[in-house]
Design a protein around this ligand. Structure first.
Ligand SMILES: [Zn+2]
Ligand SMILES: [Zn+2]
Length: 244
């Protein structure tokens, strides 16, 4: 399994970083975990062929995590012509929100049929999907109270990758992360404590207990980025690849 961090930034593009998107390549399937609005720039920055993508899995319906889907549709409509199906997984409301966003951004194109089938599937927590050799499971996390937010656990041939999405630091999150081979965890703040995001001191205090083979912080906001030199935990960079 190879994970390429296409976007390690927060909602505000702190540090000039791209919005959330994690390209995940496994035997028999290639998919994105999250698809922020900067998806075309971030993929083309690493010269990655978007035609290879089979699916997108969205953690939650905040713009920095799903706002790039209509731009992928435009890419497949005009620049990288596509006829094979494209699958979109996410929490309840994903199809309605993606369709509404596409219509808002490209009213005329969105009103016409796309030249490829788009298969939406809205997942319940714990409802695993098989993508090639991967078993991908949405796990509930605590983020904005008005919406459903998932972390995704990706298991391939005995290796496990957990991507937190956006979440508060909770015992439940720690339980999901315990013992995984790779944990990519959001770290939006440093000094500021919020009940919807992880701050650096919260994860730094617990990191050693998790027993993850590798822990990488991402979704980095302006506070942790200002202190990058003093952070003891590994931080993601746009374009970085993680092999496991
Ligand atoms: Zn976010
Ligand atoms: Zn969010």
């Amino acid at each position: 399994m190879r994970v390429t961090v296409l976007g390690s930034g927060d909602a505000f593009g702190a540090g000039g970083r791209f919005h959330s998107a994690y390209l995940t390549e496994v035997p028999g399937a290639t998919f994105l975990l999250d698809c922020g609005p900067s998806i075309l720039q971030s993929a083309k920055q690493v010269c990655w062929d978007l035609g290879k993508l089979d699916a997108v899995l969205i953690t939650h319906l905040h713009g920095d995590h799903f706002g790039g889907v209509p731009f992928l549709f435009m890419e497949y409509r005009y620049e990288t012509p596509r006829t094979r199906p494209f699958a979109i997984y996410g929490p309840e409301g994903t199809e309605r929100r993606v369709r509404a966003l596409f219509a808002a951004l490209y009213e005329h194109t969105a009103a016409q049929p796309l030249p490829f089938p788009v298969e939406y599937r809205e997942l319940a927590a714990g409802e695993a999907v098989e993508l090639g050799a991967a078993r991908v499971t949405p796990l509930p996390v605590h983020h904005a109270p008005e919406l459903t937010a998932f972390a995704y656990r990706v298991e391939v041939e005995g290796r496990t990758f957990l991507y937190s999405g956006d979440t508060a630091w909770t015992d439940e999150l720690a339980a999901h992360a315990r013992g995984v081979d790779l944990f990519v965890c959001e770290c939006s703040t440093f000094e500021t404590r919020l009940d919807i995001h992880v701050s650096y001191p919260e994860i730094a205090a617990r990191a050693h207990e998790l027993g993850c083979r590798r822990l990488v912080l991402s979704h980095l906001g302006s506070e942790p980025l200002r202190r990058l030199e003093e952070l003891r935990l590994e931080c993601a960079r746009d374009g970085m690849t993680l092999d496991l």
